[in-house]
Design a protein around this ligand. Structure first.
Ligand code: CMP
Length: 136
């Protein structure tokens, strides 16, 4: 059964740097997402480390956190039915090389690090991630 959900999207530094935010937000709207809240921020490396704590043990953790804090990002709360899974589908595979045609990462991603967008991977993490950026 479908049900209205919220998910967190981040337009990452590589996309903001190329001024792709309006185009990407339009893609969300075209797929039926409502933008509930959004803000442009520049987080510190320590904040990025807290946000990506789940990846702490991964070899790419340090570079990932350095990257997310390297420039402005746009954090967005998206809402629609099945928002979490539908945003994952719209984003495509983590590595733009593997992403399907028409997905955001295929269209805009540069590399596995500079993959233009982040999206929550579960309803539970969506709640945590939205809280992280908007309810503090
Ligand atoms: P994101 O969806 O933001 O979640 C974690 C990020 O780590 C991921 O997108 C990628 O940009 C980045 N990353 C870098 N290397 C890897 C890797 N080998 N596997 C998965 N994610 C990676």
């Amino acid at each position: 059964m479908s049900k209205t959900e919220q998910t967190l999207s981040i337009i990452k530094p590589d996309a903001v740097e190329r001024n792709l935010q309006d185009q990407i937000k339009q893609e969300f709207k075209n797929k039926g997402f409502d933008i509930i809240r959004e803000k442009k921020i520049h987080i510190s490396k320590e904040e990025a480390e807290r946000f990506y704590k789940v990846h702490e043990s991964k070899p790419f953790y340090n570079d990932l956190c350095a990257y997310l804090s390297s420039g402005p990002i746009i954090v967005i709360t998206l809402q629609k039915e099945n928002a979490v899974i539908d945003n994952r589908k719209l984003m495509g595979a983590t590595n733009p090389r593997d992403a399907e045609e028409g997905t955001l990462r295929k269209k805009y991603g540069i590399s596995i690090d500079k993959n233009s967008v982040h999206g929550s991977d579960s309803i539970e993490n969506a709640k945590i991630e939205i809280e992280f950026f908007f309810n503090n």
